[in-house]
Design a protein around this ligand. Structure first.
Ligand code: MG
Length: 389
């Protein structure tokens, strides 16, 4: 039964972190919990500095274009998610509109999908128009971490090999190899390591690559992509600098492999630039950064018109991991979604913040069945790691 919003909580969370010199986005999160008058609650999260997001959502109203988001939500009907999205976007357009303001809105939008789904007794993907496929296909990201003092590319390849084995044993049939080797290897050596990765996986596994913004010159990227073209690579992510859209266009025009990016992009407006100017084959918005499930649904509809794929980025807790499932269920333009497995990559928040974990069989997951996102927040983990007390 529909019940008005009664409460908005913003809970910043972080684990003790010895990885500040790495790229692990799961060391912190900010959970948005929206409660209704009947006592139910929906949860969302966003991928941005937790205390800053909390300040943004709780900032006092200054004027019509710089309003307190929480106050606008109280008393509203949580099922009118797209209408609330517009209201919040307009009400924060001075400090928001891109970047952090949209990240904050993403967390709210995800929580609204969870709450509305629970009120109506339906999984969140049905709020996005319903299932457009019968099975879901995650890809498992393989990340050995950045090289630590004294570690070589060979050490990282050994870790990658072990993670490959774990992922395949768990039932994944699609993986992305993060080749963030930077100065440890020359471009020629990188080519050899990618070929080695393909040999380790065998020919039947879908393999993608993430270069971690290795190059500033599109021609250097082309040199490597040409030499691994026979490895059957599904996409090449983060080849050039994120904002170098003209470089992406030049690379896309000649690359034998799908060029992709946009993991940091916010809103359909920014994604449209990646398509129109960057000419990429795949965009990778993160649901907890781009504007939530409402906005990525609009992005996917737009991508269908352009013949571009949407394969969302996801490197946060189980909240975002489950969002990927609901999104792919509802959107035909999404052949895959990124999935961080807590059994492959060790992270306390990814492993423990919410449950249950979806099951995987021969590369696929079933459609979610429980109301909302279908997950429960682990209150003990929240109490242990929240950083606002
Ligand atoms: Mg990436």
């Amino acid at each position: 039964m529909i019940s008005p919003i009664a409460k908005v909580e913003v809970i910043p969370i972080a684990v003790p972190n010895d990885k500040a010199d790495d790229l692990d986005g799961t060391v912190d999160t900010v959970v948005v919990r929206i409660g209704d008058e009947a006592g139910r609650a929906g949860i969302g999260e966003c991928d941005a500095p937790p205390m800053v997001v909390k300040s943004f959502i709780e900032m006092p109203t200054a004027h019509l274009w710089s309003q307190n988001m929480a106050r606008l939500l109280i008393g509203a009907d949580p099922v009118e998610i797209a209408a609330l999205w517009e209201k919040l976007y307009e009400a924060t357009q001075f400090p928001g509109r891109r970047g952090l303001g949209i990240h904050a809105l993403s967390g709210i939008d995800i929580a609204l999908h969870d709450l509305a789904g629970k009120q109506l007794g339906i999984p969140a993907y049905k709020l996005m128009g319903g299932a457009r496929r019968t099975k879901l296909r995650p890809y498992c990201t393989i990340y050995p971490g950045l090289a630590r003092e004294g570690q070589s590319a060979r050490d990282l390849m050994d870790i990658i090999g072990r993670q490959f084995e774990k992922a395949l044993a768990l039932g994944f049939r699609a993986v992305k190899m993060e080749v963030l080797f930077y100065d440890l290897v020359s471009d020629a050596e990188l080519v050899a390591l990618i070929k080695e990765g393909r040999r380790m996986l065998g020919d039947d596994i879908l393999m993608a690559l993430d270069f971690g913004y290795r190059w500033r010159d599109w021609y250097d990227a082309k040199w490597v992509l040409d030499r691994v073209a026979d490895c059957n690579i599904y996409f090449a992510e983060a080849t050039l600098q994120h904002d170098d859209l003209l470089g992406h266009a030049r690379l896309s025009a000649v690359s034998p492999i799908r060029v992709c990016g946009a993991e940091h992009a916010a809103t359909r407006w920014e994604i449209r630039e990646w398509i129109e100017i960057g000419k990429v084959a795949v965009v990778q918005p993160d649901i907890s950064r781009c504007g939530g499930l409402t906005e990525i649904r609009r992005i996917a509809d737009m991508c269908e018109l352009y013949g571009v794929q949407v394969i969302p980025h996801g490197w946060k807790t189980g909240i975002l991991a489950h969002c990927g499932r609901h999104f792919q269920a509802a959107c035909p333009a999404a052949p895959l979604f990124e999935f961080i497995s807590p059994h492959v990559y060790d992270s306390p928040l990814r492993r423990d913040l919410v449950s249950p974990e979806p099951t995987l069989e021969d590369g696929f997951m079933d459609l979610p069945t429980a109301p909302g996102l279908g997950i429960e927040l682990n209150e003990a983990v929240v109490e242990r790691y929240r950083i606002d007390r």
